[in-house]
Design a protein around this ligand. Structure first.
Ligand SMILES: [Zn+2]
Ligand SMILES: [Zn+2]
Length: 135
């Protein structure tokens, strides 16, 4: 990270620590709210730039789940690979790991002569709680 010129100022360190300790799939606003609990002086731009740097370094992954917001989580290198179920009604994001899906994806890729370096598997719908609210 030092190579990428990430200045280890106290503010940046706090942002990085909060990102690692915090919930997965945080937006810039979510992380800003969290860091401001500990340091009111931190601005949106600093959080934005720090997250972008983490993403460039491969520490964080940026995800977009159809609501127009960028969400950040630890990259697969830092955390095991997982896929997502997204509730379009309340925004709940569930992570899952399914070896059968992973194996099947590899099988499909090799069928087409692809060497897969990464993939995203996202399923959109309504979660159990939201289904109960409608009925
Ligand atoms: Zn829901
Ligand atoms: Zn995730």
């Amino acid at each position: 990270m030092a190579k990428k010129g990430l200045r280890s100022t106290a503010q940046r360190r706090l942002i990085v620590d909060t990102f690692f300790e915090g919930a997965s799939h945080m937006t810039i606003e979510d992380l800003l709210t969290e860091v401001r609990v500990r340091d009111k002086g931190i601005g949106y731009a600093t959080v934005y730039r720090t997250l972008k740097l983490l993403a460039e370094c491969g520490v964080a992954s940026e995800r977009r789940f159809g609501d127009g917001l960028s969400r950040y989580e630890l990259a697969d290198d830092a955390k095991s690979h997982h896929d997502h179920l997204i509730c379009v009604a309340c925004g709940t994001i569930v992570e899952f790991e399914e070896p059968k899906i992973e194996a099947l994806q590899d099988e499909i890729a090799s069928r087409y002569g692809f060497h897969v370096t990464s993939h995203k598997h996202e399923m959109y719908g309504t979660c159990g709680d939201c289904q109960k609210k409608v009925s």
